[in-house]
Ligand binder design. Structure first.
Ligand SMILES: NC(=O)C1=CN([C@@H]2O[C@H](COP(=O)(O)OP(=O)(O)OC[C@H]3O[C@@H](n4cnc5c(N)ncnc54)[C@H](O)[C@@H]3O)[C@@H](O)[C@H]2O)[C@@H](O)CC1
Ligand SMILES: [K+]
Length: 493
């Protein structure tokens, strides 16, 4: 699913109005109805509702929503902020149609009490940070103790650039029209956006398909379209031959997690290169995998490269100088895309000349701290972090998966795919090792690096969601993700 800029969204609205054709009032009616449909599925009619509306089209949505909820027997009050007489046409028409109690905002008075506040002050038309009476109202909403549902955007938050200042509605939920906004993908906005949803309001698919964007939100149907069909006459040789290099004394478990995850993700043959200390651990934990033993007892001192479709390096690898040398020697000769994670990334960060040796189209999977080390600098805000991620992908000609909620997958061509699966229960040691195993397994089966990254990240998050459903986010551990990979596949195959 595309993530469009505010300008594109404005043009999309206008195009839909002209070409469907539909009047702007009826489109607002459709949008409001979609919001109300979502709202009534969450909130019972015994709850008191306060709609806080600006005088633009977001406010117009708010007034239409107030009317519709009133018709459904909710107790609804409305507070309007701004000059009603200079409001948008659709705002004015909706105001005329409203038969609920309407107050004008008075910064000296308290807001009427309500269980739920529907925030319709500003949407995508925000052009500068909220201040003055708007800031006072936003603060009152945030301090009210009511649950807050924002229409289209939390008021005061920019959709596709960082918001300086803090006069922003803190919503529990945000219902956005048709497409998600870029701001929803970034950690710094979570405290404002809350849980977000999109509702379909029938905006022109033709127009959307013609728009250029570099940002995408990964949907299950998109992932489904990437999956290769398996055949009756497939044999293990056709499903690839992958190698995982990792493990050191005390960290063999990381290699085990990666190996088990790889085996569950479809690769035909798997080999794991570990220090000697890891041999029996691996052979017992993952008997389907073969092992290659390093000369060293406790660490990796050389890396094999012969005959594999895909290689992952990193889980539990350690950063001993012998291992650094081994990675350097290996990268000097190896040309095919790699999966690089964990200590492999730390070695690259500490030995920056090695970064030039990363083969094109490799997949690097840093979490934010590893990313900062890899980048060698920090960022002011998450939008800047995203720009830096794109730049580094271009520079390294590789894919960077920046892990976290809505993990972002940046490609060398500038595109970024944001993940839609996963949950907070996955923020535990070993989750990254599981992802590495899945990625090398999928890459080994002949998928392009791009498709492997998208598939791996989506399925990993989806396995996490199934694990959370069954085990809860507190009790689930990274090894559990592996048990739910089959369900994650079943969901999209
Ligand atoms: N155009 C359409 O056809 C549709 C628009 N919809 C709604 O319309 C919204 C966009 O409406 P608008 O473009 O009217 O804009 P908004 O309603 O978001 O904002 C209203 C106006 O406030 C002013 N403003 C911006 N920042 C301000 C600030 N910091 N302090 C004071 N005033 C400020 C601007 O003049 C802006 O036009 C969407 O978010 C969505 O909710 C929906 O009804 C769907 C259809
Ligand atoms: K809003």
């Amino acid at each position: 699913m595309k993530i469009l800029s505010v300008e594109n969204i404005r043009d999309l609205d206008a195009y839909t109005i002209e070409h469907e054709p539909i009047s702007s009032f009826d489109l607002m009616e459709r949008a409001s109805k979609a919001f109300v449909q979502w709202f009534v599925s969450k909130v019972t009619s015994d709850k008191s509702i306060l709609v806080v509306a600006g005088t633009g089209n977001n406010g117009g949505d708010g007034l239409a929503v107030a009317r519709m909820l009133h018709d459904k027997k909710y107790q609804v009050k409305v507070v309007i902020i701004g000059n009603k007489d200079s409001g948008s046409d659709d705002f004015k028409t909706n105001l005329k149609r409203l038969s609920t109690q309407v107050f004008e905002f008075d910064s000296e008075a308290k807001l009427p009490k309500a269980d739920i506040i529907i925030d319709a002050i500003f949407g995508s038309g925000l052009s500068r940070p909220a201040e003055g009476k708007y800031a006072i109202l936003i603060e009152q909403i945030n301090e009210s103790g009511a649950e807050v549902a924002s229409i289209d955007m939390p008021s005061g938050l920019f959709a596709d650039r960082t918001t300086e200042g803090k006069s922003i509605v803190r919503a529990n939920a945000t219902v956005s029209f048709q497409l998600p906004k870029l701001a929803f993908m970034l950690p710094e906005t979570y405290e404002y956006v809350g849980n977000w949803h999109t509702v379909d309001i029938g905006l022109s698919q033709k127009f959307i398909s013609e728009q250029e964007t570099s940002n995408y939100y990964i949907t299950a149907s998109f992932v489904k379209s990437l999956i290769k069909q398996t055949g009756k006459f497939d044999h293990k040789g056709m499903n690839g031959n992958a190698l995982i290099v990792g493990g050191s004394l005390g960290k063999i478990g990381a290699a085990v997690l990666a190996a088990k995850a790889a085996l569950r993700s479809g690769v035909g043959l798997l080999t794991v290169q570990v220090p000697r200390v890891g041999n029996s651990i691996l052979q017992v934990a993952a008997p389907e995998a073969m092992t290659i033993l390093d000369d060293q007892e406790n660490l990796i001192s050389s890396i094999t490269s012969d005959g594999y479709n895909a290689i992952a390096i990193g889980p539990g690898l350690g950063t001993d100088s012998t291992t650094v040398k081994a990675l350097g020697n290996f990268l000097t000769d190896y040309q095919k895309p790699l999966v690089l994670d964990a200590d492999a990334l730390n070695i690259l960060s500490d030995n920056r000349v090695l970064m030039e040796l990363i083969p094109e189209n490799s997949i690097l999977t840093p979490h934010p701290k590893e990313f900062k080390r890899l980048l060698g600098e920090s960022w002011q805000n998450d939008f800047e972090r995203l720009d830096k991620q794109k730049e580094l992908s271009k520079k390294l000609k590789s894919i960077i998966i920046l892990k976290g909620a809505h993990s972002s997958i940046s490609l060398p061509n500038g595109e970024v795919y944001f993940n839609s699966t996963g949950n907070e229960g996955m923020a535990k040691g070993g989750s990254g090792d599981v992802l590495t195993g899945m990625l090398v397994s999928i890459l080994g089966q002949g998928y392009s690096s791009r498709d492997a990254a998208i598939l791996g990240v989506f399925l990993h998050g989806s396995a996490g969601d199934f694990a959370k459903n069954q085990l809860g986010s507190i009790a689930m551990k990274s090894g559990d993700l592996i048990n739910f990979i089959p369900e994650a596949y079943a969901h999209i195959c």
